[in-house]
Ligand binder design. Structure first.
Ligand SMILES: NC(=O)c1ccc[n+]([C@@H]2O[C@H](COP(=O)([O-])OP(=O)(O)OC[C@H]3O[C@@H](n4cnc5c(N)ncnc54)[C@H](OP(=O)(O)O)[C@@H]3O)[C@@H](O)[C@H]2O)c1
Length: 292
């Protein structure tokens, strides 16, 4: 099927997960997708998926590391030379470091911000001038349920996504007069490589001398159990992205799954004292289950 109005779409972090699925889906609908990844040796999974869906001729793979300004400039220059414009930027690349604050070292927290927050800014900064020239564009930032609700062990990841949300909200107002829309997708948990081969743990996570050791070990099991049982299809993020790209006036916040929608509403309507009380009960219940 061909998109009514095919777009030039640049996506970061396309070697796996949401980025791979978005690239395969959007290219199969006739859009020109620039699927970027920091290590292009990982391109085969995407090429196979794009081939399967009939979008292979509309996917171009380019090297881009969101923490490496030179690689970003080089990639964007190549895209502009070849395609003259970028209609949609999807800031998707990211990872999550898990660990209690005292088990994390500062370098780990800084690295988390470098990718999930400054990485988005690095790419966005290079793309905006071309969208301004065209007086149109969409910037879709992949945030998370952790962008509006924090839980223990995810402070570094949550901080990076909360910062991303604040940045996106400001940028939305700044770019509106130029015809550029900024929006967020806030997914809950989906079973992708972020929880497996790309999972990262704090330096002292597995240190038996850590005051958090038992809790950390329980949490690791809890998350793994939850993720392995998770039935939500990550393709939902690709479907939602397609819808947002085609919508004339998409919403700023876009929550794909009902669990996250409920959490968002509770967070908005409940006094924080009650919200955190309920969260504490939910978290301790899950930990008890694992202990059994
Ligand atoms: N899965 C979920 O439950 C979930 C929920 C909410 C939000 N999210 C967000 O969704 C986005 C995609 O995650 P995912 O679930 O699809 O995980 P994933 O399968 O691990 O994909 C993450 C992608 O980001 C790339 N990446 C990491 N650091 C990068 C860098 N410095 N430069 C360029 N690319 C980089 C990875 O590349 P490499 O292969 O080279 O590591 C990979 O392609 C992330 O922003 C994540 O925070 C995920």
């Amino acid at each position: 099927m061909t998109a009514n109005n095919p777009k030039v779409i640049l996506i970061t972090g396309c070697s796996s997960g949401f980025g791979l699925l978005m690239s395969a889906r959007l290219s199969s609908k006739g859009n020109q997708v620039i699927a970027t990844m920091r290590n292009t040796n990982k391109k085969q999974a995407l090429l196979d998926e794009a081939e399967k869906r009939g979008g292979i001729n509309n996917v171009e793979i380019m090297q881009l590391d969101v923490t490496d300004i030179a690689s970003i400039k080089k990639c964007i220059a190549q895209v502009i030379t070849k395609y003259k414009k970028i209609d949609v930027l999807i800031n998707n690349a990211g990872y999550g470091i898990v660990g209690f604050f005292e088990d994390l070292v500062q370098e780990e927290i800084r690295s988390q911000m470098e990718t999930n927050f400054f990485g988005v800014q690095n790419v966005t900064r290079e793309v905006i001038p071309f969208m301004r020239q065209n007086k149109s564009g969409k910037i879709i930032n992949i945030s998370s349920v952790s962008g509006f609700s924090s839980s223990p062990c995810f402070s570094a990841y949550s901080s990076s996504k909360w910062a991303l949300e604040a940045f996106s909200e400001s940028l939305r107002y700044e770019l509106m007069p130029f015809g550029i829309q900024v929006l967020l997708i806030e997914p809950g948990t989906y079973n992708t490589d972020i929880f497996h081969s790309n999972a990262k743990y704090a330096k002292y996570y597995d240190n038996p001398n850590s005051p958090y050791y038992e809790k950390s070990q329980n949490l690791k099991l809890m998350v793994q159990n939850y993720v392995n049982k998770c039935k939500k299809n990550p393709e939902a993020i690709a479907i939602l992205t397609e819808k947002l790209i085609n919508a004339k006036n998409p919403a700023f916040r876009n929550i794909p799954d009902w669990e996250s929608k409920i959490l968002f509403i509770l967070r908005k309507v409940l006094p924080f004292r009650l919200y955190s009380f309920l969260m504490t009960i939910a978290l301790s219940k899950t930990t008890r289950t694992i202990n059994k």
